[in-house]
Design a protein around this ligand. Sequence first.
Ligand code: SAH
Ligand code: SF4
Ligand code: F3S
Length: 486
Amino acid sequence: MENIIKDIDIISAEEAQACDYKTTEDENTGKAKKLYIESYGCQMNFSDSEIVASIMKDNGFDTTSDFHEADVIFLNTCSIREKAELTVRKRLSQFNNIKKNKPELTIGVLGCMAERLKEKLLEEEKLVDVVVGPDAYRDLPNLVSEAEDGNKGVNTFLSREETYADISPVRLNSNGVSAFISIMRGCDNMCSFCVVPFTRGRERSRDPHSIVREAQELFDKGFKEVTLLGQNVDSYKWSPEENNKARLNKKEDEVSAVINFAHLLEMVAQVSPTLRVRFSTSHPKDITDEVLYTMKKYDNICKYIHLPVQSGNSRVLEMMNRTYDRAWYLERVSKIREILGEECGISSDMITGFCTETEEEHQDTLTLMDIVKYDFSYMFYYSERPGTLAAKKYEDDIPLEVKKRRLNDIIQKQSILSEERNKLDVGKIQEILIEGVSKRSEDQLRGRNSANKMVIVEKGNLKKGDYALVKITDCTPATLFGEVIS
Ligand code: SAH
Ligand code: SF4
Ligand code: F3S
């Protein structure tokens, strides 16, 4: 036990709640102006920044990694927890000084925080010129040019149809090996803790042919892996009627869904046997056996499922409005094991200290973790979000210290489970896709196995984008080490 703990990079409760961001990279194609984007939040948001960069590129902007040389700065923001919004507020105050010396600079707040706060953001953050929600990015060039003339602007219109299907994203922060493809937008679930349905609007699926075309184009450019993104990919459904549901004013049961997520997965997997396919996020209430069988059928669909449980206790799950209980969740996990075997990676999101959660109910989360044996988890303490069902209905009554202590409990549990799971891989032969140089040494490369685990190997003759067969020789809770076989 002592040994294990010492070896592990256990993250603190504070770190777990912290918000990382990604920035644009330098691109010089001779455009007149420079755009800097800082993106917070989930993969969907990072993927949206690639759409924003593409729209702005068509309107005279190259991207830059240095905000000092930017004509326009966008913060693509997240509202998921209070901390995420505070981080952006702090960042905006840092940009205030830059704007003082460079009044012609345009500053925009995009994404979920823009959608949540709308005009209020212009009142509260005086330096902000434009506020644009996730469905209004086509209006950005217009709003930016208005701002250049001194007119501040807000567009937080939420659409029932916008999927940006025709926009070819500029790949930001890409290693040239793997890329994200958004397959749907919005969320129709109403988890009581969650702000996303309010910031991202109604769920809509993107035309499957545009998705397959994007995957094919990426493959033709040398990419080896795509990740299909949506808040709830298992509720993907598309038919010409479904797509035009809002316009035709049809009800749910009047439209025939032609293509579901299992079909879409199969279509993308068929682009090439050497293009790996991943997806995220799967909602436990919706993941079907058909999806699991499709995963089994194709070697290039990675055997990894992000299946957020949130809590291991049925009463808490009901209050969270997750629409499944502990038994349902465990049945889905058994089915994954039955169809895809022990080697399939499973990860989760978890929230501690949700309204009224008792110590025993918290223990249920820990015992569920022991049963499932997650490879990895994203763990948070509950942060009340204004306007959500939970904020309206329940008191946020668990003291912060208790929330944090419970979070530390699950973080510790997870690191033990991660090491246990990784140890099972030692001695096995696995295929990995090389993503780049290892952080530790120039002479080592890092790649991922099908189950989404990072594997470190000696460089040899390998390079980024290669597949390699490796024998796993050692592990820590976070990483596997391997010897290249071929
Ligand atoms: N669509 C995904 C989740 C997207 S949000 C799903 O349903 O699983 C990512 C994660 O943030 C959630 O899974 C949840 O664990 C966490 N989260 C969301 N709202 C939160 C809140 N109010 N406080 C703390 N964590 C929250
Ligand atoms: Fe939020 Fe629930 Fe939708 Fe996930 S499924 S985005 S947690 S409302
Ligand atoms: Fe955050 Fe919005 Fe994603 S709230 S997690 S950026 S959908």
